[in-house]
Design a protein around this ligand. Sequence first.
Ligand SMILES: NC(=O)N[C@@H](O)C(=O)O
Length: 186
Amino acid sequence: MSETEHLKIRVETPTAEALKPFGVVLGRDESVAPLPIDLYEGRVKVRRAGKFVSDDKTEMTVCTLQRRPYIAEYMERHTEHTQAFVPLGSKPFVALFAPPNEEALPDLKEIRAFLFDGSAGFMMHRGTWHEFPFAVLDDTDLLVILRSEATEGLKSDNVIGNEAVGPDLEKRDMAARFGVKIELEL
Ligand SMILES: NC(=O)N[C@@H](O)C(=O)O
C-alpha cells in the first residue's frame, strides 16, 4: 500500500494583498479615503470596506471611533433594514437604544444604554432608535452593516439643521427636539 502523500499548506498572514484572489478584508484600511461624513467632529470615520453584493442595497462600512463625551446628541432609526454593529479587535463599545415606535421621535422614558464587551456585535430590529455607538477606547473599529442609502443620507451635504433625513434614515437632534442632554453613566 503506497504511503499517503502529504500536501503541506503553509499558513500565511491574512494581508489584503494575499487575500485579493479570495475577497476583501473587513477591517480598517487607512489607504481608503473616508466618506465625506463629518458628524461628531471627525470622531467617526466611515470607510466602505469593499463592494458587498446583495439582492438589495446593503453594504458594509468600517467605522473607526475615538472616544467622545457619553452624550446622546442624536437618535436615529432605519425602518428598512436591521442595521448591525460588529466590533473588530474585540474592543468594548457603548450603545443606546429606544424601542421602535409609530411616533416621529423616540420615547425618552424607554431609552436604555448597554456596554458591549467587544466579544459580540448587535443587530437591531427595523426601526429601533439608536445613537451611533460610543468608543470606550480610542481607535475602536466597528463593522457596520446597513443599506447604502442610509450611508448616503449621512453625508455632510444632507445634514440640514443638525439633522439628517433620507430614504431609510431619520437622524434627529435630541437637544433641539427634546431640550434635554442625554448623558450616559458608565
Ligand atoms: N455610520 C453610521 O452607520 N451611522 C448611522 O447610520 C447609525 O445608524 O448609527
